[in-house]
Design a protein around this ligand. Structure first.
Ligand code: SF4
Ligand code: SF4
Length: 339
């Protein structure tokens, strides 16, 4: 067992502050669903009192990898890192295969085939910027050809940010994909992102030059934007969007002429999608997505904006279930058409 991981697990003071923020705990209200409870089980493994079994594997899987507990923890414990490590230690041959690059690429291919109706996109409007590469996330690859951004930028042909491998415990593949992406980044002056989750994952790559990484919303910070039509909009904050970027985006929205920005009751509440979490924990995911949809409906907005493709899916699904007419729109697309 890795000594740092062991130390972190032992360092958990059981204060329970993670319970205030963990979306899974909010839905399930069981000790085993929150990081504190999961650490107790891991401690049992470390001490040899427990054996890794299906129950422990299930409890570790019961996590949206939102990092909310990490940001809230007074001991600064990175729970997702610990869960990933434990999963990597005890992975069965079946899970090893199911979380392989082959299966992952196959899933992405199917997604691409199912998304053959691509959105009509105009891309460049005003010249281009030199040596800026676009980090196109997996879902964007399946859904559209290019980034909706008002300047011409090159597709960097990056691989997946590797978060799906990381959270499943395939740390070997995480390293492989990460190193591939870092190598490509060496050639670029800047790398631009439109997915909050990819951006956060790459920002946390060990050895990455953070100064090169740009979130698309930075471009709109000082621009005068005007909407032809009056809209009431709200914004769902993806779990992986930092508080700093969230405040910047709120300020952009507040300053658009003809746009009324209405804050969600809890913008930070998870939409419940969590990669493929929803497919294995439908009841918990539905509890969270219903809660989010209710908050969106309560704003009486015309449009809900967000910056993560899986949050878009989740919001579309949960609002449709409630027969809501509120449109779900990608923020990059929304801002592009205002400039
Ligand atoms: S907030 Fe951190 S220290 Fe407190 S119980 Fe949760 S994981 Fe442990
Ligand atoms: S990462 Fe999120 S879902 Fe997982 S234990 Fe922490 S707060 Fe809960």
């Amino acid at each position: 067992m890795d000594k740092k991981i062991e130390k972190d697990v032992i360092n958990c003071s059981r204060c329970g502050l993670c319970m205030d923020v963990c979306p899974v705990y909010k839905a399930k209200r069981t000790e085993t669903s929150v990081s504190r409870g999961k650490f107790l089980q891991i401690l049992g493994l470390i001490r040899g009192d427990l054996k890794y079994d299906k129950k422990i594997a299930y409890n570790l899987d019961l996590c949206l990898s939102c990092n909310k507990c990490k940001h809230h923890c007074p001991s600064d414990i990175d729970a997702v890192k610990i869960f990933s490590y434990i999963k990597s230690l005890y992975m069965s041959p079946k899970d090893f295969f199911l979380n392989s690059a082959f299966v992952f690429e196959l899933k992405m291919f199917i997604l691409k085939v199912l998304s053959i109706v691509k959105r009509p996109i105009k891309v460049e409007k005003k010249g281009s910027i030199e040596n800026v590469l676009y980090f196109r996330g997996c879902i964007s690859k399946a859904k559209r050809n290019k980034m909706i951004f008002p300047l011409k930028i090159k597709d960097g042909n990056f691989k997946c940010c590797a978060l799906p491998f990381y959270i499943k415990g395939r740390l070997d593949l995480y390293e492989k994909y990460k190193n591939h992406n870092l190598k490509l980044m060496e050639k670029a002056d800047k790398v631009i992102f439109d997915c909050a989750t990819c951006y956060d994952t790459v920002m946390n790559y060990e050895g990455v030059d953070k100064n090169k990484l740009v979130y698309f919303s930075d471009f709109y910070k000082d621009k005068k934007l005007k909407s032809k039509t009056k809209y009431k909009v709200t914004f769902h904050k993806p779990c992986h969007l930092s508080e700093e970027k969230f405040i910047e985006i709120e300020n952009i929205l507040k300053n658009i002429e003809n746009i009324e920005y209405i804050k969600l009751q809890n913008p930070d509440d998870c939409c419940g999608f969590g990669g493929d979490f929803f497919s294995r924990h439908i009841k918990t995911a539905s509890f969270l997505s219903d809660n989010k949809a209710n908050q969106v409906i309560n704003t009486n907005a015309d449009i809900v904006l967000t910056t993560c493709p899986t949050c878009i899916w989740s919001l579309k699904y949960s609002l449709k279930k409630k027969a809501s007419k509120i449109k779900v729109v990608d923020l990059s697309e929304f801002l592009y058409f205002l400039i």
